[in-house]
Design a protein around this ligand. Structure first.
Ligand SMILES: [Zn+2]
Length: 143
């Protein structure tokens, strides 16, 4: 059940219970939700207050270390995918990306180094490219 704080077009505030948000949408669309004060069906939601039977503890604060680890893992997966599937073109990235975009070079996925100015120029010219997430050195790859 969801409790919605509603108000009508005469600014009467009231509350009503619905099975779900779609239940509210459905009833409101059919004009079944009316203001108990004036009978207007011009009602709108104020603030949604999800109500749950019994009391529940507030959600715990997000575990920052865990979130960071997950983000790091996701970043590593992106990099791994790129490193395994894309052609590394080093400093020639900006030129190569442009050549591919303009059909002068074989169409393929590439990655490499580029300056922020290079990236801006590429984007201005409609060449799509994205920065890879940066990572701390992978201890497995050292040496
Ligand atoms: Zn009203």
């Amino acid at each position: 059940m969801i409790r919605y704080a509603l108000s009508c077009d005469h600014d009467h505030g009231f509350e009503a219970w619905f099975a779900s948000s779609s239940d509210y949408d459905d009833q409101a669309a059919r004009g079944l939700v009316e203001c108990p004060f004036c009978g207007s069906t011009g009602v709108r939601k104020q603030v949604m207050a999800p109500a749950v039977a019994g009391t529940k503890k507030a959600a715990p604060a997000p575990d920052m270390a865990k979130m960071q680890a997950m983000m790091m893992q996701a970043a590593r997966q992106v990099r791994d995918h790129v490193e395994q599937n894309f052609d590394y073109v080093g400093d020639a990235f900006a030129r190569e990306a442009r050549d591919i975009h303009e059909g002068r070079s074989e169409k393929r996925e590439i990655y490499g180094e580029a300056t922020p100015a290079d990236i801006k120029k590429l984007k201005d010219d409609g060449v799509s490219c994205a920065a890879l997430p940066s990572l701390p050195p992978d201890p497995k790859k050292a040496n």
